[in-house]
Design a protein around this ligand. Structure first.
Ligand code: SF4
Length: 400
């Protein structure tokens, strides 16, 4: 018999779908894949109403067992099975067991290794974001064990990668509200990692250096290093414009309306600068809004950005993409964080404030639009390649 450990963050354990009260229901705005048994169950049910809705709305594609059919709810249409109270008629008529795997699982997700399961929630669900941001304990972990005759038929958890992942998470945690310092600390860790030989002492040396970074954070050395960096507004502007250009060209999907609402505020500030033929003025304006309007609110809610970045590190298995360097993975994370930060700053600048509602809207819509396929990640990496100066270390200019 084999012991399997199951890890889940507190916000996963506490999650409860908000159902009809949801601000952007997951049963609209994107296609819902149905597996073969679900397609047959709905088309052949004795419930005449469900059968009729199924016959009219399920498109049978037979692409694979898991993608045997789909319900087309794109173009902001609601799922045909949603009733007048915005609740699922399959659930109410046939019970939870009749739901398709997609509907039953969402927004839950898990990474399965041979003897480990890591559970999480996808942040395209606004209620998942609300839970993540709800308190300092949301990204603490519950661990349980189950016993099975065999491990899962997948790779084992890479202990070295897991150690690096935990170091990154602890560095962010140690930086408190000043997450820029945490991101800078991770950059130092990855630079050092690049220089290490792949020998028996590699992780011992890395661990010693990691403790140095934690000490530097506590002494304020990293804060001083960041203070010495001159902000590169040109780089920030170019990156933002490229990422916005990509997002603007994406087909509309769930979350698009909310993301666009905040993107318009950012574009307005940029256009004001362009009118005066000064691209740097909007970047300074955003920086000012961040420090004067967003940071005071974040200081009163110190877990918010830390929880978000710890979520990304844990759920993405950061640095997840083994085809690029850890530093390039960090560049992607910092670029996405910079875009999110700019959306927050623009909104705070134009409305005079930022609140939890804005945070939920920005994060869930960003994840709904960019995290449901690998296309955006590849496109963002491409935009970074076009923008960065010299090497991956130019990411530090996004931290000012
Ligand atoms: S998006 Fe999340 S909260 Fe909203 S209906 Fe779907 S699972 Fe429930």
């Amino acid at each position: 018999m084999k012991e399997i450990s199951i890890v889940e963050p507190v916000f996963f354990t506490q999650f409860k779908c908000s159902g009809g009260a949801c601000r952007d229901h997951c049963c609209k705005g994107w296609n819902i894949d149905l597996d073969k048994p679900t397609v047959n169950r709905y088309l052949k049910t004795r419930d005449a109403t469900i059968r009729a809705i199924a016959a009219e709305n399920i498109i049978t594609t037979k692409k694979s067992y898991k993608k045997w059919g789909l319900i087309n709810v794109s173009d902001n249409k609601s799922c045909a099975f949603m009733d007048e109270n915005r609740l699922c008629s399959i659930h109410s008529s046939m019970g939870a067991a009749a739901l398709s795997p997609t509907c039953a699982i969402y927004p839950r997700a898990e990474n399965i290794f041979k003897y480990h399961i890591q559970k999480s929630l996808t942040l395209s669900c606004p209620e998942a974001v609300r839970q993540l941001l709800s308190g300092p304990e949301a990204m603490l972990f519950n661990e349980s064990k189950i016993v099975k005759p065999h491990g899962y038929n997948t790779d084992s958890l890479d202990q070295g990668a897991q150690l690096i992942n935990l170091m990154c998470s602890t560095i962010i945690n140690s930086s408190g509200t000043e997450v820029e310092e945490g991101l800078y600390g991770i950059a130092l860790l990855f630079l050092y990692l690049e220089k290490l030989d792949d020998d028996a002492e590699k992780y011992e040396k890395l661990e010693a250096y990691y403790y140095d970074i934690i000490a530097s954070l506590q002494r304020g050395d990293i804060k001083n290093s960041i203070n010495e960096i001159e902000p590169d507004h040109q780089l920030q502007w170019s990156l933002l414009v490229r990422l916005q250009g990509y997002l603007g060209a994406r087909p509309t999907s769930r979350g698009w309306g909310a993301l666009n609402h905040y993107a318009h505020r950012l574009a307005y500030i940029q256009s004001e600068g362009l009118k005066q033929n000064d691209m740097l003025q909007p970047m300074q304006r955003l920086r000012c809004a961040w420090h004067e309007k967003v940071m005071p609110w974040l200081s009163a809610h110190p877990h918010i950005m830390s929880n978000y970045l710890k979520y990304r590190i844990y759920t993405d298995g950061f640095p997840a993409d083994r085809t690029i360097t850890p530093l390039a993975n960090l560049y992607l994370l910092v670029a996405e964080w910079f875009l999110i930060k700019s959306l927050m700053a623009a909104s705070a600048d134009l409305t005079g404030k930022i609140d939890e509602n804005d945070m939920i809207n920005i994060l869930y819509s960003f994840h709904a639009v960019t995290k449901h396929d690998q296309i955006s990640t590849a496109a963002f990496l491409q935009e970074i390649e076009h923008t960065k100066v010299n090497d991956d270390l130019s990411l530090v200019y996004l931290l000012k």
